[in-house]
Design a protein around this ligand. Structure first.
Ligand code: PRX
Length: 632
């Protein structure tokens, strides 16, 4: 094992540097700041447009920026159609392996046929441009086909992560008022069939806007189908309407592509809205430059397509770049902890992009599992979702990357659409730092008054510029979008508030520390305290609840909850267990509290807001800080 201090610099090898797609960071960065629009126009020019844009950036209604306005582009024309006329036509687009060992492969041509058929099925169900289709699926190829089919016909997809449960799905369907839901009978996890359809059925009862439910047969579960509403995809695909030819809709650059719900500071999840043009440019550029994509590469982003990481870097960015994508449905350690390393060896994966939680989880099984496998095909590694602790970084670098693969630690968010801070393969690395801003971006660390803090001082991370991949708004709530994320400075310019605290060191390297708001990062998953608390309060015996995140060795953070019971209800171990199960049932297993503590009262401000900061400090035995706003 290499021994390093936290601030040691890791220099990439001459071989990695020699083949890097970008050879000079500083020069390109300066240019991208001095002529941001010129830089992005050049990137946009690498894509296929039905009609070029009138303006690269329209700031007239800031912070509601428009990119490539007047341009006509469909992201699917770039992700699939254009590859059909070049050498990528018969290249592998998707390699999928199921947990039970089943393998399915799709060339770009094969992918096109699947997406066209799916698009025709959607059309036959009355889906047209601008309609929002909710997708709730396991990690199977049909999830990707469904997303691309929506985009192809100009419909808007709203993917709800397959690990979420009834209430989480119902509230997202309800907010989007979707008429069509695409789901599956179920998925697989650790050898067990997960029944998604009954969760979908319960959610459709709670949110009655769904008129049509298209169901993929994936694991032969005997599920309940409502005859006038529910249809098997394979039955629909057998109809003459589902031909494997379908025109791609000519959408505008600023037409909506998808909504993805994410947890915010308060209240219900926010539907972040992304568009066809800027998002296509941003995801493909960041993917090509930071991960040095080459035509022969096999790329594995081991996230779920249901999160932004999967949207941007399983589906859209890599397909636009014509890469071969690995998809694996299942647990990383099933049936044994070598599953991922076996996949890398079997398929000759060149780039692996995953989360610190997954790395920590696999690290605990020891070096012997990866050492059984030939991992020499790996050229680059990536990390995302939370700060990576130096110990996990070094293990990933040494044991998995065999000291030769730079670790591309990418900081970004559902809202940003793509990487905002990340190294390039040529960047000297410091374990735990996502290094420097991606091109076009100016990142500053500021204090509460908005003034830049000194080097190595902690402050709020802000972005001083618009970028093409940015979310355009919160679906149906532009006011909340502006209030939550944007602040106008005295000179009239706008700053984006990321909600993270960070430091910048004397070399300009940025160290992201964590969230400052009521968002929890649990195993890299983003959850809102509000959603967990409302799941607890929906239990008939609970009166009030609060959730906080406390440090956890594997998960990064674990959910600790404090519950006030209704009068006359006695606390007990069984009730604590029942409440954990209730949250898992409503929200999904990923939101299961680590602990439920019964309390008589909760610390609140005089206006009635729960002071989670105080709960957290108490639990950690730390100073409780300023208590002047605490209610009597
Ligand atoms: O706190 C930051 C953390 O994840 C948050 C965004 O979560 P989400 O929208 O779910 O997107 C995750 C995948 C892009 C950020 O506000 N975060 C993400 N990447 C990193 C990170 N924290 C530290 N280092 C990272 N590389």
């Amino acid at each position: 094992m290499t021994t390093t201090k936290p601030n040691d610099l890791f220099h990439p090898s001459a071989e990695v540097v020699a083949q890097a797609n970008v050879q000079d960071y500083e020069e390109t960065y300066l240019r991208s700041i001095e002529d941001r629009e010129g830089f992005w126009a050049e990137q946009a020019d690498t894509l296929s447009w039905y009609k070029k844009w009138d303006s690269v950036l329209d700031e007239s209604n800031a912070p509601f920026y428009k990119w490539f306005d007047g341009g006509e582009i469909n992201i699917v024309d770039n992700a699939i159609d254009r590859h059909l006329n070049n050498a990528n036509r018969n290249k592998m687009a998707i390699i999928w392996e199921g947990e039970n060992g089943q393998v399915r492969n799709f060339s770009y041509n094969g992918l096109n046929r699947e997406v066209c058929q799916f698009a025709n099925v959607l059309k036959s169900m009355g889906v047209s441009k601008g309609d929002i289709v909710t997708i709730y699926m396991p990690q199977i190829p049909e999830l990707v086909f469904a997303m691309l089919a929506c985009a192809k016909i100009g419909a808007v997809h709203s993917v709800v992560y397959g690990g979420f449960s009834t209430e989480a799905l119902a509230s997202r369907i309800d907010d989007a008022q979707s008429r069509v839901l695409i789901t599956a009978d179920g998925g697989w996890r650790r050898g067990k069939a997960i029944d998604l359809k009954s969760i979908a059925n319960d959610a459709m009862m709670r949110s009655p806007s769904i008129e049509v439910c298209i169901c993929v047969k994936n694991n032969e579960l005997d599920v309940e189908m409502e005859p006038t509403r529910d249809f098997w995809l394979h039955d629909l695909k057998a109809l003459p309407i589902a031909s494997s030819k379908c025109e791609t809709e000519q959408t505008s650059a600023e037409d909506p592509l998808f909504i993805l719900y994410t947890s915010g500071t308060t209240g219900k999840p926010k539907g972040m809205l992304h568009t066809h043009g800027g998002y296509a440019v941003y995801t493909s550029t960041t993917h090509r430059m930071a991960f040095d994509i080459k035509p022969q590469d096999r790329w594995w982003c081991a996230a779920d397509p249901g999160w932004i990481t999967g949207h941007s870097y399983i589906v859209y960015g890599p397909l636009i770049n014509g890469a071969t994508i690995m998809l694996y449905e299942g647990a990383p350690n099933y049936p044994y902890p070598n599953r991922w390393w076996q996949i890398i060896e079997n398929y000759g994966i060149n780039i692996l992009y995953t989360s610190p939680t997954a790395i920590r989880g696999l690290m605990r099984f020891g070096d012997r599992w990866p050492q059984k496998h030939d991992l020499s095909s790996l050229r680059l590694l990536g990390s995302v979702g939370e700060p990576i602790n130096p110990e996990a970084w070094r293990w990933y670098h040494h044991v998995i990357g065999q000291d030769k693969c730079p670790i591309i630690d990418t900081w970004w968010q559902t809202e940003t659409g793509g990487f905002m801070i990340c190294p390039l393969p040529i960047t000297p690395l410091k374990p735990g730092s996502a290094t420097k801003p991606f091109f076009g971006n100016e990142m500053t660390i500021v204090d509460d008054d908005g003034n830049e803090v000194a080097a190595n001082e902690e402050g709020k991370l802000v972005i001083s510029n618009p970028w093409p991949g940015m979310a355009r708004t919160i679906f149906k709530d532009p006011e909340r979008y502006q209030d939550l994320y944007w602040k106008q400075t005295d000179d009239g310019s706008w700053r984006y508030l990321a909600g993270d605290s960070a430091k910048k060191d004397e070399d300009g390297y940025i160290w992201v520390i964590g969230r400052m708001d009521e968002v929890l990062k649990v195993s890299g998953y983003r959850l809102g305290t509000a959603e967990i608390e409302s799941a607890l309060v929906s239990h008939p015996e609970v009166s009030e609840a609060a959730a906080v995140g406390l440090p956890h060795e594997l998960k990064g953070n674990a959910i600790h909850t404090y519950v006030i019971l209704k009068q006359g209800i006695a606390p007990s171990k069984d009730l604590a267990l029942a409440l954990k199960e209730h949250v898992a049932h409503e929200m999904g297993k990923i939101a299961t509290p680590e602990a439920v503590e019964f309390v008589e009262s909760l610390p609140k401000t005089r206006s009635g807001k729960i002071m989670r900061r105080v709960l957290k400090a108490r639990a950690l035995g730390q100073d409780e800080g300023d208590l002047s706003t605490l209610e009597e």
